[in-house]
Design a protein. Structure first.
Length: 157
């Protein structure tokens, strides 16, 4: 990839990541604050998780150019900022895994509700697990976005 393409992908990645983090937060709040329509909620959760996957994939595209062009300069400019950006990768991966687990738990909860009584304890436990997994995913994504924004304010491709 040329440096011009890398810059464009980095901008797109930043925008997609912030939108995904805010969408994860919105789904989390919706799950915690009220009992939503299951069909609509699952569609929103699936779209949000797909957005988180797209964010992670675009970040993975930027990994090699980051290692080649920015990593050393970032660490030389600020060691703590370099380590913060390195940890951002772990947060992004955790956010993706939590989002995928939450979507799977939400799907299993809706199937368990359809298969048995609506107050089934297994379905309730799965729904609770989905809520907390989406909350963790949103928190990880927000921290990753803040870390990226701090590093981007200091250093660019």
């Amino acid at each position: 990839m040329t440096l011009d393409v890398v810059r464009k992908v980095a901008i797109a990645h930043g925008v997609i990541s912030w939108v995904a983090a805010l969408a994860l937060l919105a789904v989390t709040l919706r799950l915690f604050l009220r009992r939503p329509n299951a069909r609509r909620l699952f569609a929103q959760a699936a779209a949000t998780t797909a957005l988180a996957c797209l964010s992670f994939a675009s970040g993975a595209l930027l990994e090699a150019p980051f290692r080649t062009h920015l990593r050393q300069r970032l660490f030389l400019a600020s060691r703590s900022l370099g380590w913060l950006f390195e940890r951002k990768l772990h947060l992004a991966f955790g956010s993706l895994l939590f989002a995928l687990c939450a979507l799977a738990a939400l799907l299993a909860a809706s199937r368990a509700e359809r298969a048995s009584a609506p107050l089934d304890p297994i379905a309730a436990s799965l729904a609770r697990a989905a809520r907390f997994a989406y909350a963790a995913s949103a928190l990880f994504a927000l921290f990753a976005c803040v870390a990226s924004s701090l590093a981007a304010a200091r250093m660019r491709f």
